[in-house]
Design a protein around this ligand. Sequence first.
Ligand code: C2E
Ligand code: MG
Ligand code: MG
Length: 406
Amino acid sequence: MYKSTIRILVLDDEAFMLKLLAQMLATLGFTQVTTCDNGSEALKWVDAYANVPGLIVMDLNMPKMDGVEFVRELVQHEYEGSLILVSGEDERVLQTAEKLIRAHQISVLGHLRKPVTPERLMALLATWVLPQQGTLLKLRQPYRVDEVRAAIQNGELVNYYQPKVALATGRVAGVETLVRWQHPENGIVLPDQFIGIAEEHGLINELTHVVLASALFQAKHWQQTGLALVVAVNISMDDLTFLDFPDFVAQLAASANVAPEHVVLEVTESRLVRDQRVPLDILTRLRLKRFQLSIDDFGTGHSSLAQLRDMPFGELKIDQSFVHGAWKNETLRAMVDASLGLGKQLGMEVVAEGVEDLDDWNFLRRTRCDLAQGYFIARPMPAADLPVWMESWRERMQRLQAETLS
Ligand code: C2E
Ligand code: MG
Ligand code: MG
C-alpha cells in the first residue's frame, strides 16, 4: 500500500475531531487527507472523478445528514472504497451500523470509539486491503432452474464433509454432509447459490435423494474401514411435505446397511410453514424409526423456540453468527449461554457452529457445550481427505492439550 497515493476523506461535524484524525493520519504517513464537516460536501468528493477517496473515516452522529443517511447516499453514488466508523455511541449501535453497511456491500474496516487513539486507528488501517476496482458491486447472475436440474441429474453434485468434534476430548463424533456443485466451468459452487432455486422449483426432493444416498454409502464405506462416524445430512422443510419421506429414508439406510442411530437429519426452516400436520407427522415417524433429528441454525429465522417446543429434536446447533467471537462480545455470549442452557435443560446434545479460531475453541471448552464444528477444526472436505485429516487432528489435539496443561 502506497500511503502517499491513497486518498482518505474524514467526515465529522466537530472541527476538533477533524483536526485530530487528520493529524493522526498524517503522522501515520497518509498525505492525501481531505476533511469535511457535512455529508453533502463529502459527496462531492465521492463524485470527483480522479480524486475519489479509497477510504472514508466517518462520524455516525452528525446534525444534518447522519452517518446512516450518508451511507445510503454512498450506495446511490456507487462508492467502491472502504469505511471506518467513528462514534461515541455504545458498541451495539456501532455493530448494527456496521452490519447495515456490510449489507449494502460496502467494506467496513471496523469502528473507533471516541476517544480515538492512534494505536486503534493504526490497527484498523493494517487490515485494509484495497478493493479491486469494480469488483465489489458486481454480483454474479443467479443460476437458472434448468442448469440446477441438469446438475442434479448429471451427477455434478458432490458431498463434502465437515467434522463435528467433542469439546472435552477432541473425539471425532461425526461429520456433516455439505453439498457442492462441481460446475464444469465455474468450479466448486456453494449451496447458497442453488439450494434456494431447487426449493422454489420443486427440485429439492431429488437433490436430497442424491445427497442422502451418497452420504449413506460413504458412511457404510467408512464403517468398513473401521471409522464408525455418525453422518448428518441437511434436509429442507420442503422435504417434509411428502408423508412417505420417513419410509424413503429408512429404505435408503437399510440398503446401505447403516443403522438409523448413525444418521442425523439437520432441519432448518427457511420459510414459515402454515400447516404443521405433515411435518409433524414426518418428524415423529423419523424418530420412531430411530433417526436422530437436529435443529440447525438455532436462534435465526424460524429456527426458534416454537420449533423446539413442537418438534422432537435431540440435537441443537447454535448458529455460527452467535458463536464466533462470543468470547469477546457480551451480547453474543449471553445468546450462546441462553441457547446452551435451554438445550441442556431439554436434555439435548448441543453443537456450536462457526468455531473459527483458538479463542472460540477455548471459550467453548469452558462451557457445557458438547460438540464443536468450524474452520478451526476443519473446513468441509471431500470424503477421500478425511482419513488424513483425522491423523493430523489427533496430533493437533495432543499439542493443544499439552499446551493447556503446561
Ligand atoms: P449449515 O447446515 O448451517 O452448514 C454450515 C455452513 O457453515 C456450511 O456452509 C459450512 O461450510 C459453513 N461453515 C462451517 N464452519 C464454519 C466456520 O467456522 N465459519 C464460517 N463462517 N462458516 C462455517 P455451506 O457448505 O456453504 O452450506 C450453507 C448451507 O446450505 C448449510 O448451512 C445448509 O443449510 C445448506 N445446505 C448444505 N448442503 C445441503 C443439502 O445437501 N441439502 C440442503 N437442503 N441444504 C444444504
Ligand atoms: Mg447443517
Ligand atoms: Mg447451521
